[in-house]
Design a protein around this ligand. Structure first.
Ligand SMILES: NCc1[nH]cc(CCC(=O)O)c1CC(=O)O
Length: 327
């Protein structure tokens, strides 16, 4: 790859969190770029969200829960310490600041949530009052809608930490994203992959986002353009459509990761299909839709329509009833 910008002394610098999954994801992109002939290096960045996983960390009162895993990474990107950030798309806020752009969204992995539990191989066979380790309001509400008797335990930390806590008996089951377990080769823990109709995944789940500086806010205009061009081959248009539509639907409902909303879009029979759920926190009320659109629809139109249809079924009433959630 000959270019004045592709030089071992000035590699493309990828910024990533230090968790196993984040490192896997960043290295996955790094190796593919090296295979394509680019000089690339990895920079590990500690975020507020990572510090919050430490026992004893006091959550700052001003934290709105959005973007806590990306703040320090975006600062490094803006200042030019790194050139590219690799994120789990579902951890990115629905709106990016104008300094940044998603230069590519690679092909999505398995978007589903999974059931991890020994020896109860399904939610149905979990005994009454079984304790599920998840802090996600979406997963809690969806699980309560299916099994009102289950209880929850705050299990945090990276994937291996959670699996260890499960093995140590701190809870009876976990619900996790398939993508994380598959990437870290922990799929042997998976006993059931919930269909999106059973337990609708978070918008963007299973997809990666390659974030760069935008054309409007360059550090070095020509080099920044070269980097956006270098990563463009990762982009998977079908995934991009689906996750954009999902994120528009979430945004139109006023959502971040703290409200119980599942949205999942797939191509099916030469149409786009979208399944979406909004729940009350206790799972006792839910509105959901399953709808489709022609392939030539714009993703924001489809996402907006899905949000409007959920609203017309009463989604805003469910969301308005929610107290301020801490995260
Ligand atoms: N909220 C943490 C998070 N962010 C992305 C993933 C998994 C990978 C993905 O969904 O792309 C996870 C773990 C989980 O939800 O089990």
């Amino acid at each position: 790859m000959s270019s004045e910008f592709n030089h071992p002394k000035n590699p493309i610098r990828i910024g990533s969190r230090g968790s196993q999954l984040a490192l896997w994801q960043a290295n996955h992109i790094l190796y593919a770029l090296r295979d394509a002939g680019y000089h690339v290096e990895l920079e590990v960045i500690r975020t507020t969200g990572d510090r919050m996983q430490q026992p004893g960390f006091v959550v700052p009162a001003n934290l709105d829960g959005k973007g806590i895993f990306i703040k320090e990474i975006e600062e490094a990107l803006e200042e030019g310490h790194i050139d590219l950030a690799v994120h789990s798309l579902k951890d990115l806020p629905t709106k990016l600041a104008p300094q940044f752009t998603l230069a590519a969204i690679p092909k999505r992995a398995d978007a589903r949530d999974v059931w991890v539990c020994e020896p109860y191989w399904s939610l149905n066979t979990l005994p009454e009052g079984g304790r599920i380790g998840t802090t996600s309001p979406r997963r809690r509400a969806q699980l309560l809608a299916l099994r009102p008797d289950v209880e929850f335990v705050d299990i945090r930390g990276n994937i291996d930490t959670r699996l260890k806590k499960l093995a140590a008996g701190q809870c009876d089951a976990l619900v996790l994203a398939a993508a994380g377990l598959d990437r870290l080769k922990r799929a042997e823990w998976v006993h059931h992959r919930f269909s999106p109709e059973e337990l609708c995944p978070a918008p963007g789940q299973g997809a990666l986002a390659l974030e760069t500086r935008s054309a409007e806010y360059p550090v070095d205009e020509a080099r920044d353009a070269y980097i956006r061009q270098a990563v463009a081959f990762f982009n998977h248009p079908e995934t991009r459509f689906c996750v954009e539509a999902e994120r528009v639907a979430l945004d139109a409902l006023g959502g971040g990761c703290s409200i119980p909303i599942g949205v999942h879009c797939v191509p099916e029979f030469e149409r786009w299909r979208m399944f979406a759920q909004v729940l009350a926190l206790d799972g006792e009320a839910m509105v959901q839709i399953d709808t489709d659109a022609a392939l030539d629809v714009a993703p924001d139109c489809f996402g907006q329509r899905v949000a409007d249809e959920l609203k017309s079924k009463g989604a805003l009433g469910l969301l308005a009833a929610m107290p301020e959630l801490s995260n």
